[in-house]
Design a protein around this ligand. Sequence first.
Ligand code: DX5
Ligand code: ZN
Length: 231
Amino acid sequence: MKIKIAPSLLSADFSNLGRAAREAEDAGADLLHFDIMDGHFVPNITFGPMVVRAVRPLARIPFETHLMISNPDDYIEEFVDAGADAVGVHVETCPHLHRTVQRIKSLGAQATVVLNPATPVGALEEIVDYIDAVLVMTVNPGFGAQEFIESMPDKIARTRAMLDRTGREIDLAVDGGVSRETVRRVVEAGANVLIAGNSVFTNPEGAQRAVGELRKLAEAASASWICTSSG
Ligand code: DX5
Ligand code: ZN
């Protein structure tokens, strides 16, 4: 699996998200992560489709929208229309998850299913064959710069084992507290998409250095997959 770095705009300068998007792209990011929050599913409010639309022409890399909102079905089309290439929905907000995933894919976007820290990997069992990616939250959603939850690498490994059993290449993203201190553990456990807000946009050495360092550390850690996978 390819290592992908996805800076999250949640920690960027909200007075100039366009500049932050260009900075992330110039730094070599593979994706740009938009944390959409409604103040209902999570105790914070960020931005909606209009902001995604405004930023879209300013960067070429794929945009992924992480919908931390109640009733995501009501907004999927708007986010894809605004320029989202991938839509992440929380299993906790989707009573008809199979239909929601089909809807995202019917609109031509990648479907990512998101698990909160306390949501079991088993919640993916019946949907895993239909999705493009899984996102395992490594903090409780709502804010950047939180403490990484130490028990998550084990959950990441169990999630990766489930994805591997499908025989398909399904991205496993981790989100929250991803930094130079935690990247090795999450990649060794099986994550290949690293969503990072605070460690990129508040890094005193700048986004370029931060993205490059995360990638270097992640690729070194992924070498352990190859060794273990080749037995
Ligand atoms: C938290 C968001 C994360 C966050 C990343 O609800 O989903 O994407 O911005 O957080 P840090 O700053 O820990 O990388
Ligand atoms: Zn996120």
